[in-house]
Design a protein around this ligand. Structure first.
Ligand code: ARG
Ligand code: ZN
Length: 418
């Protein structure tokens, strides 16, 4: 009887489209320290299916850059053998990806059903949450929609700010450009919660929302995010169809009009850093770009939240030339990182994208900056690779708390300098 029940269950579960499992899959940290090592990695990437975590593609691999890469069970021996022969240093960051995926949900108080700021929430939960934030805080939160995703989901935008009857200067912040970076949407939700609960008591938040509006896009790449919940936890790109191939999706952070597809991006639809068939080919990118263009006279700062690596980056990434406001942006990034550090001692590195990590064109930060939004920053939240994209839920609270300090530093600065 028991066996029959089990059989029935198994059939029921495997009948529908199911989530891929990652048993035995490992994540390596490779440490190339010369061009020979770099080439070994690039050759390997052509031979076997590697999923790059950091940097995002073989084309961005350079010597002296740690390369975090996901290796399938059946390729582990081959990779280890190659590493030994080439003398390249490496560590195994994750021994079993499936177990690490299960360990993300380590929040002791979690009940699978309800919404919580200290849990990763599904898109369904996030969209119900957004609705209730607006209805419960009518004087502070307005919910709008800036467009639809490829699969037809509503792109929900929350506007936070005291209604003064005048158009106020604004900050735009988005989370979840990349689907697998789950801590990012968790931060946008946290920010909204902090705004509504500390308005009226916290002087910095009160002043911010009295004098400015903050536009929060809680999930940019909703289709991708849903896909990471239902099919493939490690998905990064959008879910749009590409012609002439079965490979799906474009990297939304390579799809903006900023040196588009010139460096650190790929013209191959199967690549994780595919720049798309043209600038703004992704409907989600077009929606965000249209919204920002329409409001460019009021938007003073653009913040975009990613993970992982603990970085606070600013333009440029498409060129190694320094931005016109380089020294001011560097000062702000350093001070914001210090504020973040003060809470739990989490260390961030700040600098322009191209020289701090790697050149990569088509990013939203560079595009916003070139549009005239001077205060443009990319956050790469926790951690430095121990868990990578699979940051355990027990770290949501400390990560969000410390990040709030950096974001509030920037917001206060912008408020005083616009
Ligand atoms: N890891 C991020 C990405 O590859 C970094 C973004 C930095 N900005 C940029 N324009 N590349 O998308
Ligand atoms: Zn990202």
């Amino acid at each position: 009887m028991k066996a029959l029940l089990l059989l029935a269950l198994t059939v029921a579960v495997s009948a529908g489209p199911s989530t891929s499992r990652f048993d035995g899959v490992k994540v390596f940290r490779l440490k190339p320290d010369n061009e020979y090592h770099v080439n070994e990695i690039k050759n390997l990437a052509e031979k076997i299916k590697l999923n790059f975590w950091n940097p995002e593609g073989a084309d961005q691999v350079t010597s002296h850059l740690n390369v975090d890469v996901q290796v399938n069970d059946e390729d582990v021996l081959l990779v280890k053998d190659l590493l030994q022969r080439s003398g390249m240093e490496y560590e195994v960051l994750i021994e079993d990806l499936q177990k690490a995926i299960e360990r993300q949900f380590d929040n002791k108080h979690r009940s699978t059903a309800g919404y919580s700021y200290e849990k990763y929430n599904s898109w369904e939960k996030i969209s119900e949450w957004a609705e209730s934030m607006a209805t419960e805080n009518p004087t502070l939160v307005t919910k709008t929609q800036i467009g639809q995703t490829f699969e037809g989901r509503h792109m929900v935008l929350l506007k936070l700010g005291k209604n003064t009857g005048f158009a106020k200067p604004a900050i735009f912040m988005d989370c979840g450009i990349h689907a697998r970076e789950w801590i990012s949407p968790a931060f946008c939700q946290w920010f909204v919660k902090e705004a509504v609960t500390s308005y009226g008591s916290d002087p910095a938040m009160t002043s911010l929302l009295n004098n400015m509006d903050v536009f929060v896009l809680p999930v940019f790449n909703i289709d991708g995010y849903v896909y990471t919940w239902t099919r493939d936890r490690m998905w990064r790109k959008t879910r749009s169809k590409n012609s002439g191939t079965t490979c799906v999706g474009t990297d939304p952070n390579r799809n903006f009009d900023a040196g588009w597809c010139t460096v650190g991006a790929s013209k191959q639809p199967c690549s994780e850093t595919y720049c798309g068939s043209r600038v703004e080919s992704e409907i989600e990118v077009k929606a965000v770009a249209d919204f920002i263009r329409k409001n460019r006279s009021i938007i003073k700062a653009y913040l975009t939240i990613h993970s992982y690596s603990q970085l606070l980056l600013f333009p440029y990434s498409y060129t190694t030339d320094l931005a016109a406001h380089h020294s001011e942006l560097l000062d702000i990034a350093r001070s914001a990182s210090n504020a973040l550090y003060s809470l739990y001692g989490t260390r961030y590195t700040s600098g322009p994208g191209a020289v701090t990590i790697y050149p990569a064109a088509g990013g939203s930060d560079d595009w916003a900056y070139d549009l005239g939004i001077k205060y443009s920053f990319t956050f790469e939240l926790r951690d430095e690779g121990r868990f990578g994209f699979l940051l355990p839920e027990s770290q949501i609270k400390p990560t969000c708390e410390e990040t709030m300090l950096a974001v509030k530093y920037i917001a206060t600065y912008v408020q005083e300098h616009n």
